[in-house]
Structure formats: C-alpha cells, structure tokens
Write a new protein. Structure first.
Length: 136
C-alpha cells in the first residue's frame, strides 16, 4: 500500500507519516523500484495506534515508549496505566491553570469596562498598577 492510501485510510497526511518515520516511531518501509514507499497492515495498525495515543495527549517521546511496550510480548497494562494516570494529572493541572487564566482575563475585562465608562479613562492593563493577579 502506498503512502497516499495509508494516509487516507488512517486520517493522516503523507507528511505526518513521513514525520513519524523520521522520528523513528514507524520503521522505514521498503520502496518500489520507482522509489515509492510500500506499507503493510502492521504499519497501518502502528499509525492508527500513534494517532490514537497522540489524541490522548501523549508526546512523541511518550509514544515511542508506548510503542516499545506495545511491541513487547507481555504487553503489560500496569506501565500504561501509570502513564495514563500521569497524563490525567497533567491535564487536570492544565485545566486549573486555564481556569486561573480565565479568571484573570475576566478581571482584566472588567477593569477595562470600568475605565471605558469614564470620560478620560486610561487602560488599566497598560498601566503598571493594578496588574492582573494583584487584585483580591
């Protein structure tokens, strides 16, 4: 199967597939005499796996580690579970950070709205005082 067919089947671009090859997530496939890459069903399965775990937020180095576990005959679930737990903790931290950022942005907008109601108001965000994060 050539790269275009594989890309369409998995929902990736040919560039993404070549990127995974360059980063050693996918073995370099054999080529035809004309230089076209030829993929087999195991490559398609690997690419589908990469796409799925990347969708879960795993980075390339983490995916490489998961691929190593996937290639193991034992396919242990405990190490994968630990990685999933760590990823969930990270996502929850990011959500807290985003909620804090949302709060700061709302505060900044409220400050701007108050100043806009004044005749000669000055943007509080552009001044040194009343920086977001310093309010109570």
């Amino acid at each position: 199967m050539q790269i275009g067919s594989v890309a369409k089947r998995i929902g990736l671009t040919p560039d993404a597939i070549r990127f995974y090859e360059r980063n050693a997530l996918l073995p370099r496939p054999p080529r035809t005499e004309g230089g076209f890459r030829l993929y087999d069903e195991s490559d398609v399965e690997t690419l589908a796996f990469i796409r799925r775990v990347q969708g879960l937020g795993f980075k390339l180095s983490e995916i490489r580690s998961l691929l190593d576990l996937r290639g193991s005959r034992l396919q242990p679930c405990a190490p994968v579970r630990r990685r999933l737990q760590a990823k969930l903790i990270d996502v929850r931290r990011k959500l807290r950070d985003l909620q804090k950022l949302e709060h700061e942005l709302r505060w900044a907008l409220q400050s701007c709205d108050k100043e806009l109601r004044k005749q000669n108001g000055h943007c509080p965000i552009l001044r040194d005082e009343n920086k977001p994060g310093e309010h109570k």
